[in-house]
Design a protein around this ligand. Structure first.
Ligand code: MN
Length: 128
C-alpha cells in the first residue's frame, strides 16, 4: 500500500525538522515548503494527502495559503491542519473560516498532532 504523503509548510527549521521526523517515524512520506507562495505552488503540483500549515510564514500567511488552496478545484479537498503559535481566542474560528479541517497550537503536543493527522487523512477507514 502506498504511503500517505503529508506536506509541511513551516518556516522555522527546528519545527520543520521535528514535524518531518515525526511524520516519517509514523510511516508517512513528507513534502516540505518554507514559505507561503512556494507552499501553494508545491501543494498544487504534488497534491499531498494532508497539509500541516504554519500560520506565520514569509510572504503570504498560512490562512491565506489555505484560503487559496480551498479556492482551487485541484486542491480543495486536501485537508489542511493549521498549526499556530498564537494561543489566542479566535484563531480556531479563523482556521475554520478559511476552510481548514483542523487546528492545533504550538508548542506541539505530539499525541494530539498525530491523532489530528490520522483523523483527517482521507479514506482512513480502509486502512484497517
Ligand atoms: Mn512560522
Amino acid at each position: 500500500m502506498e504511503k500517505y504523503r503529508i506536506m509541511i509548510i513551516e518556516d522555522n527549521p527546528k519545527n520543520m525538522k521535528i514535524m518531518v521526523d515525526l511524520m516519517q517515524v509514523h510511516g508517512y512520506e513528507t513534502i516540505t515548503a518554507e514559505d507561503g507562495m512556494s507552499g501553494l505552488e508545491t501543494a498544487l503540483k504534488e497534491k499531498p494527502d494532508l497539509i500541516l500549515m504554519d500560520v506565520q510564514l514569509p510572504g503570504i500567511d498560512g490562512y491565506e495559503v489555505t484560503r487559496r488552496l480551498k479556492g482551487k478545484d485541484a486542491t480543495r479537498d486536501i485537508p489542511v491542519v493549521v498549526v499556530t503559535s498564537f494561543a489566542m481566542k479566535g484563531e480556531e474560528a479563523r482556521a475554520k473560516e478559511v476552510g481548514a479541517a483542523g487546528y492545533i497550537s504550538k508548542p506541539i503536543d505530539i499525541h494530539k498532532l498525530m491523532d489530528t493527522v490520522a483523523e483527517h487523512l482521507p479514506g482512513k477507514d480502509e486502512q484497517y
